[in-house]
Write a protein that binds this ligand. Structure first.
Ligand code: CP
Length: 307
């Protein structure tokens, strides 16, 4: 593994190795404070971000490295017409590793084809978000103690939600996971997820339209925001945006050990009254994102050093 573009670039063994390293970092933080001394991470964010960009930057700083980059396309030479390929070739002269977010699906993959340094996809359009998936997997492992044998409900915008697509693909390699897909019919998962992931691998899944009908079955609920920025029509967004709101009333029907995940940012889809419920994992999940990105940076830089 030289780059991380898609969650399926990682074998189960590679995922387990990154998650184990992240847990080791959590337990032995001081041992890692200089492992990236002299190394530089570039964060090239052509789309807005709070968690992904800042957790990457915090991760590199906590490893003793340095960071450079930009947080919007407007402050880069993309506004003058520079191509992604040229941007990546140039930044590879300044940095040892690049984390890149871009609104166009496939842009990080294209960047990886011309890059001299490791490229990490930090989200490409409605397609993939593999480092969020590593964050989600570390969270499930820490909360549940396992990455198999559970029922997960994925709720909200399953069409445009790239974190959902990456997570389903990664989890499809683990045993005995049942998927309940909770969405309005306009926001169901893309057909390729149904045919290429669920049906091809004989994985049990169900599509439903309400949370109430499945709440008591779930071990994990993965809430998502309706992705306003991917809609072509404002009226459709307004009609669909508050379809699902997880609140204390709905949680009365849930298991006592339910884990509530959300990649964040949240808009209305989880009531703030749920935040103090011990089952709410989403802020712990955001913290896990920093540790798993530390583990990923170490792994990719070690791999690059062996080439
Ligand atoms: N979860 C996530 O990708 O958040 P940001 O858009 O803030 O990076």
């Amino acid at each position: 593994m030289k780059h991380l573009i898609d969650s399926t670039d990682l074998s189960v063994e590679e995922i387990d190795s990154i998650l184990n390293l992240a847990q080791h970092i959590i337990d032995n933080k001081e041992d890692y404070s200089e492992v990236c001394k002299g190394k530089k991470l570039a964060t090239l964010f052509f789309e807005p971000s709070t968690r992904t960009r800042l957790s990457f930057e915090a991760a590199m700083m906590e490893l003793g490295g340095n960071v450079l980059g930009f947080s919007s396309a407007d402050s880069s030479s993309a506004t003058k017409g520079e191509s992604v390929g040229d941007t990546i070739r140039v930044v590879g002269c300044y940095a040892d590793i690049i984390a890149m977010r871009h609104p166009k699906e496939g842009a990080p993959m294209f960047g990886a084809m011309v890059s001299s340094v490791p490229i990490i996809n930090a989200g490409d359009g409605g397609h993939n978000h593999p480092t969020q998936t590593l964050t989600d997997l570390l969270t499930i492992k820490r909360e549940k103690g396992r990455l198999d044998n559970f029922t997960i409900g994925l709720c909200g915008d399953l069409k445009f939600g790239r974190t959902v697509h990456s997570l389903i693909k990664a989890l499809s390699r683990y045993k005995n996971i049942k998927y309940i897909l909770i969405s309005p019919k306009e926001l169901r998962v893309p057909d390729y997820i149904i045919t290429e992931v669920f049906e091809k691998n004989n994985i049990e899944y169900r599509e439903v339209s309400t949370m109430e009908e499945v709440m008591e079955e779930l071990d994990i609920i993965y809430m998502t925001r309706v992705q306003k920025e991917r809609f072509f029509n404002e009226a459709d967004y307004v009609r669909l945006k508050d379809t699902y709101i997880l609140d204390e009333t709905k949680l009365k029907y849930a298991k006592k050990d339910l884990s509530i995940l959300h990649p964040l940012p949240r808009v209305n889809e989880i009531s703030t009254k749920v935040d103090d419920d011990p089952r709410a994992c989403y802020f712990r999940q955001a913290l896990n994102g920093k540790y798993v990105r530390m583990a990923l940076i170490i792994t990719l830089l070690e791999n690059a050093g062996r080439e």
